[in-house]
Design a protein around this ligand. Structure first.
Ligand code: RUB
Length: 318
């Protein structure tokens, strides 16, 4: 019940944003596993692997989700008894959640130092870590004003504008297509990430790459704030990050679409910003150039090629 309900809330975007999705999945695994009445370790492992699949199938793009699930499940797999596995589940889920909260705080601190005095910043979509960074920089007197985009079709920009306004930051709310028009007024762009590839490309809300392109053209620094669990180990095996394409109904009502039988509405939820448009990725392990993404995967995600290859091959046989 906890599991199905959480999966539904993630799928329908009641719970959204890569970090929140990951923490909620860890929580759901913990609560689901704690309520299970298994009599032996094999049964418990099987149930937990099933729960992991239900959660990871909810939204395909945010890598934080499989990374969080893997963090928890790998500790269950390493346990030798049912008691040990149950304790490991609770401990690892709580550990992930605490690390995630701490990472947001650390990134906000590092990121705020990368924002020059008296800056006008722009952000896109609603990223808790990008917003936390903007607010931290504001508290240090480094931000003068902010620009938040609307973020069609789901309007996550409202959540961002509200958070910036609540913090007291003078904020301009603009439609997505006005980003380039205002770029000349911007000192730094800050976004979050749903996934970072081994090559340093960043997958984030649709429209991010257009803003990065405009920033690049105007020589405006483009910062990405991303916890280490947003980095995608599978990209080292050549895997691509799947881009979620959501319902056309989010873009155009069925009634209007019904009058245009030859029109196909497309609704990709994310896009890919190449590393050469990104000045810095701020993680809790430090602020790195995108070319160092591989190091984060190796050092912070416990990358073990043989193990990942095994899992990858198993996944793809199913
Ligand atoms: C949210 C989005 C956010 C990243 C990072 O997309 O693209 O920028 O997930 O967010 P959606 P955070 O609204 O479709 O989930 O920093 O909060 O993890």
């Amino acid at each position: 019940m906890v599991l199905e309900e959480t999966a539904r809330r993630i799928r329908t975007m009641e719970i959204r944003g890569a970090g929140r999705i990951a923490r909620t999945a860890a929580e759901a695994l913990r609560d689901h596993g704690t309520a299970l009445q298994c009599t032996n370790l094999d049964e418990f492992r099987q149930e937990m692997h099933h729960a992991a699949t239900v959660l990871t199938n909810t939204r395909p793009t945010a890598v934080s989700l499989p990374n969080a699930v893997r963090f928890v499940i790998s500790r269950i797999d390493a346990s030798d008894s049912l008691d040990e596995a149950q304790a490991a589940l609770v401990e690892s889920a709580n550990d992930f959640i605490a690390r995630s909260h701490r990472a947001v705080e650390v990134i906000a601190e590092f990121g705020s130092r990368a924002i020059p005095e008296d800056s006008v910043i722009m952000t896109h979509c609603n990223s808790e870590v990008a917003v936390a960074t903007a607010i931290k920089a504001w508290e240090k007197g480094r931000v003068r004003e902010a620009f938040a985009t609307e973020v069609r079709p789901r309007n996550q920009g409202y959540i961002t504008a509200q958070a910036l306004s609540d913090a007291g930051i003078p904020t301009n709310f603009i439609v997505d297509s006005a980003a380039r028009y205002f770029m000349r007024d911007i000192d730094v762009v800050i976004t979050g990430a749903d996934a970072v590839t081994a090559g340093g490309a960043v997958v984030n809300k649709i429209g991010t790459s257009q803003i990065a392109l405009a920033a690049h053209e105007a020589r405006v620094p483009f910062l990405v704030t991303a916890e280490t669990y947003k980095f995608a180990p599978a990209t080292l095996l050549g895997e691509r990050i799947p881009i979620e394409e959501r319902s056309p109904g989010e873009v155009m009502s069925d009634e209007i679409a019904g009058r245009m039988p030859n029109v196909r509405v497309r609704n990709p939820a994310f896009d890919v910003t190449p590393p050469n448009y990104i000045d810095m990725i701020v993680t809790e392990a430090g602020a790195i150039p995108p070319g160092m993404a591989y190091v984060i995967i190796r050092e912070y995600l416990g990358w073990n090629r043989d193990e990942w290859q095994k899992d990858f091959l198993i996944d793809h046989q199913e």
